[in-house]
Design a protein around this ligand. Structure first.
Ligand SMILES: *Cc1c(COP(=O)(O)O)cnc(C)c1O
Length: 359
């Protein structure tokens, strides 16, 4: 027997592992999870019944083409079914986009800090990450991102609103940026938090993509629609991009539970978007209270707020955990806090105030 281990691709060395938001401690007095940008509302009764009904057939493979969901989405967004591709969460679709476009020797451009899945899926592909720092206001620096494009660039992520800062790019600056990007470079507008946006100057990616064949829009059912645990997201893109996604998707990746629950959620959209409205009100309250307490908080259009705490990040996260609130620290940089149940937000705000006043 040989002593050597199976040969693995060198690209896998040093890939940062995705750190999920830590769950609430089971033994604490009160414990809220504000670390993963999840929807705090439980599943809607009608959606739950649909998922339970689908569970009765899980001895069968799901519909591989996600026919009912794709038809529903095509109607909802007014796009051809050929422009839709589904996946195991929009992270699954993002990974397919990277695989379909990029490999060793290529470059993928994105803002930093942004969504932590981007460096992981880029590195797996063998392409190099080109990270363009956010501006002092925590916003994508689109001019610098356009400047960073080279002959090797294959894909650019624009996360709007941006995770973890909640900041947005507006229509005029995005259009100007897209006009500068060569038409053979794919620009992915990651709109995971689109439904939480209330800034009328922030464009709907679906409108932007219509006359731009090099733009793909990513959306997810995980956040506003509350289906994070079911893993379903989708892309809207022209062919051949959408067709490439359907080719590279993991066969049968999206379960029938997820497909049926997603269709039911689209049909219950009024109710779900009402919940989003309540979360947006809570976001305003949390943001305003933090500002009153003296914190610097960038304006947010997502379901979270960002505190750039630098060296005090870990200490702050520990204080929150001790108080019964799990938040998401990025050591040395800052803390992202999801807008949750009113009670959780209250507890977080009291903890933040106490921290400012020295404990
Ligand atoms: C949460 C999130 C997603 C969506 O993840 P899913 O895989 O759909 O659960 C995508 N992009 C960003 C920026 C996110 O924060």
């Amino acid at each position: 027997m040989s002593e050597t281990s199976p040969k693995l691709r060198a690209e896998l060395d040093g890939i940062p592992t995705y750190k999920p938001g830590r769950p609430a401690a089971a033994d604490g007095p009160v414990a809220f999870k504000l670390s993963s940008n999840e929807n705090p509302y439980p599943p809607l009764p009608g959606v739950m019944e649909t998922a339970i009904a689908a569970a009765h057939t899980f001895n069968r493979y799901p519909d591989m083409a996600c026919t009912a969901l794709v038809n529903e989405l095509a109607d909802r967004f007014g796009v051809p079914v050929e422009h839709l591709a589904t996946g195991t969460g929009s992270v699954g679709v993002a990974q397919s986009l990277v695989q379909a476009t990029s490999g060793p020797g290529d470059e993928i451009v994105y803002a930093w800090r942004s969504f932590e899945a981007y460096p992981i899926i880029s590195q797996i592909s063998g392409a190099a990450s080109v990270r363009v720092p956010l501006t002092a206001g925590e916003v994508h620096d689109l001019d610098a991102m356009a400047d960073a494009v080279t002959e090797r660039t294959r894909l650019i992520f624009v996360c709007n609103p941006n995770n973890p800062t909640g900041t947005v790019v507006r229509r005029a600056e995005l259009e100007r940026f897209l006009d500068r990007v060569p038409s053979d470079v794919l620009v992915v507008l990651d709109e995971a938090y689109r439904e939480f946006n209330r800034d009328p100057e922030v464009p709907d990616g679906v409108e932007i993509y219509r006359d731009r064949p090099n733009v793909a829009v990513l959306r997810t059912f995980s956040k506003a629609y509350g289906l994070a645990g079911l893993r379903v997201g989708f892309a809207i893109a022209h062919e051949p991009v959408a067709a490439a996604l359907r080719k590279t998707a993991v066969p049968f990746g999206v379960s029938q539970l997820a497909q049926d629950a997603a269709v039911a959620s689209l049909r219950a959209e009024d109710e779900l978007l009402g919940r989003v409205g309540s979360l947006v009100c809570e976001r305003t309250r949390v943001h305003e209270t933090l500002v009153k307490q003296g914190w610097t908080v960038p304006p947010t259009q997502a379901n979270f707020v960002w505190l750039r705490l630098g060296e005090r990040t870990v200490e702050f996260a520990a204080a929150c955990e001790k108080a019964g609130v799990m938040v998401r620290p990025f050591p040395g940089e800052g803390v992202r806090i999801t807008i949750g149940e009113d009670e959780a937000n209250d507890l977080f705000l009291r903890t933040a105030d106490a921290f400012r006043n020295g404990g």
